[in-house]
Design a protein around this ligand. Structure first.
Ligand code: ADP
Length: 412
């Protein structure tokens, strides 16, 4: 029997999200989530997707304390087994892990061995929140299935093609190099998937189109993609730089940090929390959900209005600067929770940019759909598109491509 299934694992510090896919036709066989690992109120939600479709299965929940990732993954394995999809199945080809930080060195998905684990560990100082959790997930999965290929798919990989002019900060080179300070970018799996899908939507090859991708979720980032290759992105050393996000400030004058240290007596950790967790939309108006912000704006709420305006102003600045970086733009693609669902954000982001060939058709913009679609009027020079992202599918595809090749190599 040929192994065609891929389990995708996205391990956070207190959660594990997973999907099991069959790569013959990209169907999802099961999806689920374990959250609040290590707390009394842990929860596992598992949904088998039967009938070869994306729907049908009834969700099952476990509400009980789940102490650690090991216990979480064992519980997931049991749930999968109940549907005949267990981790011991010969149809499982590999496990694909989302790894947030792959530094400069990991430019592609990589089969995990001890050397890879060491490197991911070495990158912890630049990704203190994410890489340790990713490593825990990998180690746990390796212990469960030591014989199975485990593949790391890095959030940073798609951005490793950025030229030095975009990747370097203008700070002392020796200091920067000694501490590996440079712009890495994140959400790369999504930017890769969406830029390719956008080309497909336009009926063109990725190498023939220039796209600005706006990944607007709770975390948000923009990228400039020339002919399928990333040439700039808005997140930097960490996911803090760039756009205004749900709880992150995005760009600020770095002097804000030492000013706060000096005048407010705040520590580096205090400021880390301030800029990562208490800023962005939540810091500006108390809400980070765009639906709630729009509702408050409709009721005349000034703070929500200002938060929205600041969010849009930053977005516009990035559209403009990536337009300049690319020289010619064929499409702007909106994706992720806000980008896919918030028509007012899409409308406001390109409003007034007709001179750049950008416009949104009100009716097309109002359509709700899970399908990739163009929302600009026919006369517009640049296509504005809504392209739902699918990071799990992209991780599964990259993982499968890698292990299928390896099987091929061994047979040669
Ligand atoms: P994450 O970064 O957590 O993966 P998502 O891409 O799922 O985030 O996006 C989550 C955000 O999407 C929510 O915080 C909310 O602001 C926004 N969102 C989701 N649905 C809608 C909607 N129907 N209208 C406006 N915004 C939405």
């Amino acid at each position: 029997m040929t192994a065609t299934r891929i389990l995708v694992l996205n391990s956070g510090s207190s959660s594990v999200k997973y999907q099991l896919l069959d790569m013959r036709d990209d169907t999802r066989l099961a999806v689920g989530l374990v959250e609040r690992i290590g707390e009394e109120t842990s929860r596992l939600k598992h949904t088998p997707l039967t009938g070869g479709g994306e729907s049908g299965g009834e969700s099952r929940e476990q509400n009980r304390p789940i102490a650690d990732h090991d216990e979480a993954l064992k519980a997931v394995a049991e749930e999968l087994s109940r549907d005949g999809l267990g981790l011991d199945s010969p149809e499982l080809a590999a496990i694909g892990h989302r790894v947030v930080h792959g530094g400069k060195q990991f430019t592609e998905p990589t089969v995990i061995d001890d050397a890879v684990l060491k490197e991911v560990e070495r990158l912890i100082p630049v990704a203190p929140l994410h890489n340790p959790a990713n490593l825990t997930g990998i180690r746990t999965a390796m212990a469960l299935r030591p014989d199975l290929p485990q593949v790391a798919v890095f959030d940073t990989a798609f951005h490793t093609t950025m030229p030095e002019s975009a990747a370097r900060y203008a700070i002392d080179v020796e200091t920067a190099d000694a501490h590996r300070i440079r712009r890495y970018g994140f959400h790369g799996t999504s930017h890769a998937y969406v830029s390719r899908k956008t080309a497909e939507l336009l009926g063109k090859r990725p190498q023939d189109v220039n796209v600005i991708v706006l990944h607007l979720g709770n975390g948000a980032s923009a990228s400039a993609v020339r002919g399928g290759v990333c040439v700039d992105t808005s997140m930097g050393l960490t996911p803090l730089e760039g756009l205004v996000m749900g709880t992150r400030s995005g760009d600020v004058d770095p002097a804000v940090i030492f000013h706060l240290m000096r005048v407010a007596n705040m520590s580096a950790d205090d400021i880390d929390v301030l800029l990562n967790k208490k800023s962005g939309l939540v810091g500006l108006c108390g809400d980070n959900d765009m639906r709630e912000i729009r509702r408050r704006i409709d009721e005349g709420d000034e703070a929500a209005r200002l938060a929205f305006d600041i969010y849009i102003h930053r977005l516009k600045k990035y559209i403009g600067s990536y337009y300049a970086v690319l020289g010619r733009v064929d499409a702007i693609a909106f994706t992720a929770g806000v980008g896919e669902n918030a028509a007012p954000v899409r409308e406001a982001a390109v409003a007034g940019l007709e001179e750049l060939g950008l416009a949104v058709d009100g009716e097309l913009n109002a359509v709700r759909s899970d399908e990739p679609r163009v929302i600009s009027p026919e006369y517009a020079r640049v296509a504005v598109a809504v392209v739902p992202t699918d990071e799990e599918l992209e991780i599964a595809r990259q993982t499968y491509a890698l292990v299928a090749n390896r099987v091929g190599e061994r047979n040669d």
